[in-house]
Ligand binder design. Structure first.
Ligand code: TRP
Ligand code: SF4
Length: 376
């Protein structure tokens, strides 16, 4: 068995995860694929990310969420976004997961982690609030999240017993335990972690609707927060009834350089607000899984599994499974070359961005009106 501290996921360090299988062994995340048959026999529609293996892992999704659906009990999906940079194709994944759960009838909670952004990214309050509303809330609405059925809030602005939770959590955890999960940790990060635990657990409180069964869709880099939160939930037995939440984890989409997609690397990240000409420039200079010469590629075939362009198809730009398989096979066999492929890919990207940006324009005013704006 590998040592746990051999790999540590630093949720603030924007880690790049090379081998997802290690997360099963080291942290006890369960393979999501094992649940697919049960979902099918329950008649629960699978999301495209589940079908395509992009959602690769979970904690307790069967015990908490599938059971709730089978027993026809109310459930909620909760996630948070740090409003520190522009909304990109990586964030979109989480957004689509929320929309999937909303369609299943779940209540949706979206926390804007302004306290966290302030603590760990050192951005001004004014910028955080504007980015939170115009990038995150507005893009989520434009993607199709129904704001009338979604509880959007800023962490610093959440009223009531949410804040009591943070204070109570602080008395149930030692510095050593925090250090074991996160490594060296500052007061700002400790408060961010406890606040995130409150984000995840507060839907269960009567004041916020008493949703006992909660799933948290996130990237695998957020798992340390889930481990902390699930632990904390169990420490209030007999005092506050808190069920450990379920989580699902998606593979992070790659940036156009093959590394991590991140707001801090704008040249290799496509933002949903990118003007078409800028998106085109980035997309056309993307790394591919192609060979050095056309001749070589015809002979050996391309490597779609290593290709950021293919990632965009797989995650977002191609909905039809047959079409996706067709591109994959043509790439592998060498009959599709990267020039032609990118030309096609860009036409898809352009269409998506044009349609999305029209919706976004309309969503911005709505976004400002449906969330309470922090006073300081
Ligand atoms: N820490 C998360 C991030 O860096 C944001 C976040 C805050 C969050 N609260 C949350 C994610 C609750 C999931 C659930 O992106
Ligand atoms: Fe990527 Fe397309 Fe080139 Fe294949 S043909 S490596 S999918 S860009």
């Amino acid at each position: 068995m590998p040592e746990e501290n051999e790999i540590k996921l630093d949720p603030w360090g924007r880690p790049e995860i090379k081998d997802y299988n290690r997360l099963y062994e080291v942290f006890g995340i369960k393979p999501f694929g094992e649940l697919i048959n049960r979902m099918k026999s329950d008649g629960i529609e699978l999301s495209p990310f589940m079908k395509r293996g992009i959602i690769f892992g979970h904690r307790d999704f069967d015990n908490v969420i599938l059971k709730a659906i089978e027993n026809k009990e109310r459930a909620a999906a909760m996630t948070g976004f740090m409003p520190s940079g522009r909304f990109h194709f990586g964030h979109m994944m989480t957004g689509l997961e929320l929309i999937y759960f909303q369609k299943l009838g779940f209540k949706i909670f979206v926390g804007l982690a302004d306290a966290e952004a302030y603590a760990v990214r050192h951005i001004s309050r004014k910028d955080i609030i504007k980015i939170g509303i115009e990038e995150y809330v507005a893009n989520l609405i434009a993607l199709g999240l129904d704001p009338s059925k979604t509880d959007f809030y800023f962490q610093t602005n959440r009223k009531g017993s949410y804040h009591s939770l943070i204070q109570l959590f602080a008395s149930k955890i030692s510095y050593n335990e925090l250090e074991a999960i996160y490594g060296e940790i500052t007061p700002g990060k400790i408060i961010s972690a406890l606040t995130q635990a409150a984000d995840i657990l507060h839907p269960q409180l009567p004041e916020y609707g008493e949703y006992k069964h909660v799933v948290v869709p996130v990237g695998a880099d957020q798992d340390p927060h889930l481990r902390l939160t699930r632990d904390l939930a169990g420490r209030f037995k007999g005092e506050i009834e808190l069920e450990p939440p379920a989580s699902i984890y998606h593979r992070l989409i790659r940036g156009l350089d093959g590394g991590k997609m991140s707001s801090s690397k704008p040249d290799v990240t496509i933002f949903l607000t990118d003007p078409i000409d800028i998106a085109k420039k980035k997309f056309m200079s993307s790394l591919t899984g192609g060979r050095n010469t056309a001749e070589e590629q015809r002979k050996l075939g391309g490597e779609p599994d290593k290709c950021p362009v293919y990632d965009l198809y797989l995650y977002h730009l191609i909905q039809d499974d047959n079409e996706l398989v067709n591109i994959y096979n043509r790439c592998k066999s060498g009959s599709l070359l990267c020039g032609e492929c990118k030309f096609f890919g860009f036409s898809r990207l352009e269409k998506f961005l044009e349609e999305h940006q029209k919706k976004l324009e309309k969503a911005i005013d709505r976004a400002w009106s449906i969330i309470e704006i922090p006073k300081i």
